[in-house]
Ligand binder design. Sequence first.
Ligand code: ZN
Length: 129
Amino acid sequence: MKRKVNYSVENRCVELLRRLRWPGGVKCPRCDGEHILEVGQMRTFPEHKRYYCSGCRYTFSDTSMTLFHGSRLPLSKWFDAIILGANGSSAMGIKKELHITYKAAWRIKHLMGEDSLVHEIRQRLLKKG
Ligand SMILES: [Zn+2]
């Protein structure tokens, strides 16, 4: 079964995440190293790149060590949920709007609350209108 993801939107979301996480270029989330090689893409979401740190030999992705890591939802849905949450939507509202499970919506709603990266994303998305 193919995922129905809007690829150009997903690309823009990953790029935004990258800019916020690594304003000066990709860094290793484990050792902060800057000698990073791109080693392909994630199987689940081809827009998400995989990287290899030649400092500590850690392989990571655009979402490693963020709350988006390991999610089966594309970033674009997370970002939509962030906007909905900012506008006061409940988990039930997010579920209906994004056609995701209540469990996923609840998780998103509650994980987002205190996360500083989400805070930055929210500010950026709301500024764009
Ligand atoms: Zn490293």
